[in-house]
Design a protein around this ligand. Structure first.
Ligand SMILES: Nc1ncnc2c1ncn2[C@@H]1O[C@H](COP(=O)(O)OP(=O)(O)OP(=O)(O)O)[C@@H](O)[C@H]1O
Ligand SMILES: [Mg+2]
Length: 346
């Protein structure tokens, strides 16, 4: 390596040292040069002109020293603070809505600024990721809302609509019937149909917003869910609770309820299980909900990674919104454990 190359490397290394040391070094050098230069000048002057003292020479030396000090400090600070102007330009870009901008790292930037720029760029990347995630989530929430509306519309049309149409037919028959016994039979039929329609509407309303959850709390609502599953006949569901003496916040109750609802729906739809157990417990500042079944199980890892449905992924997202986490432990043939854990907010 040539001497020139060595010098160049030394200069780059010097320029990259922290700003504090740059200024200290530059000023120490200026003072050292001033002191040595001043002494040399004075000795030379006294020896050359022993009888005649030239004050203007000393004044010129002082002015030159000041100018050098100013020039060196200006150059060092100017060079060292260029990363701040680059950061300012990026901040302006972000303020205009461009989250893809990053601060470039210069070859001569000192180490502290390099670290600052790297942290700043990392923060920008996280911010941009979060914004994308938020957009994706909002999109999915909108889609879920649309799906829910479609489902309710379908149920209203297929079930309640059907019952009401049949009632209309019966009413018309009743209108025409002249025989009392026949009329009574139509009325009885109508009463049955009305009760059925009422049940259906009540069920749709309950699915949409379980009143029991607001009125009686999470434990009662989960007990009702388990009863519903038991009434279906396929799976024997049980509920166990502990430490749940007080009601949780509304958001938390709703999130846990929806997670249990989806997990139980999955048990009924996919597990071919004989029994399912719902456990809700509170302790150490956390609430844990476990829905376990003894069914077919599935490859949870790959389903969670690739699932595009709103089931498992939706549970995870819903829990994340209340600061909670979701674990799914399952493998083919070994049943499934869905475990939700959230910080308890009363
Ligand atoms: N308890 C379970 N037992 C067996 N398989 C399950 C269980 N829960 C989930 N699965 C499997 O994981 C898959 C993904 O479940 P997820 O709830 O995300 O979607 P889905 O139920 O198919 O559709 P949806 O979006 O309507 O919920 C299911 O299709 C099923 O194969
Ligand atoms: Mg599902």
């Amino acid at each position: 390596m040539s001497v020139r190359e060595h010098m160049r490397r030394l200069l780059v290394a010097l320029l990259r040292i922290p700003l504090f040391y740059k200024i200290l070094l530059a000023n120490s050098l200026i003072v050292a040069i001033g002191a040595v230069g001043g002494t040399v000048l004075t000795v030379w002057h006294v020896l050359t002109y022993p009888d005649d003292f030239h004050y203007e020479l000393i004044a010129l030396f002082a002015v030159l020293g000041l100018a050098l000090s100013f020039g060196v400090n200006y150059a060092v600070l100017r060079l060292a603070l260029t990363p701040l102007s680059r950061m300012q330009a990026v901040v302006d870009g972000v303020r205009r809505g461009n989250l893809a901008v990053r601060v470039p790292i210069g070859r001569l930037d000192d180490e502290q600024f390099v670290k600052l720029i790297e942290t700043f760029n990392q923060m920008l990347a996280t911010m941009s990721d979060n914004t994308h995630e938020l957009r994706r989530l909002s999109q999915r929430i909108l889609e879920a809302q649309e799906d829910e509306r479609q489902r309710v519309a379908r149920e209203l049309h297929d079930q309640s609509g059907q019952s009401l149409t049949t009632m209309l037919v019966r009413l018309r028959l009743l209108e025409r019937s002249e025989d009392v016994a026949q009329a009574r039979m139509h009325v009885q039929e109508l009463r049955k149909l009305t009760a059925q329609a009422l049940d259906e509407i009540r069920r749709i309303a309950l699915e949409l917003r379980p009143k029991i959850l607001e009125d009686l709390g999470l434990c009662e609502a989960l007990a009702w869910r388990a009863d519903e599953l038991n009434a279906g006949g396929g799976v024997r569901a049980t509920l166990e609770t502990s430490g749940m003496e007080h009601r949780l916040s509304r958001d938390l109750e709703l999130a846990l309820y929806r997670v249990a609802q989806e997990a139980l729906t999955n048990v009924a739809r996919h597990a071919q299980a004989r029994s399912a157990q719902v456990t809700l417990r509170q302790g150490n500042g956390r609430v844990t909900l476990i829905v376990e079944d003894d069914g077919a199980g599935f490859d949870a890892e790959s389903k969670l990674a690739h699932s595009s449905g709103l089931g498992l992924a939706g549970m995870r997202e819903r829990l994340a919104l209340v600061g909670g986490t979701l674990q799914v432990r399952s493998s083919p043939g070994l049943g499934t454990h869905v475990i939700a854990s959230v910080p308890a907010v009363l």
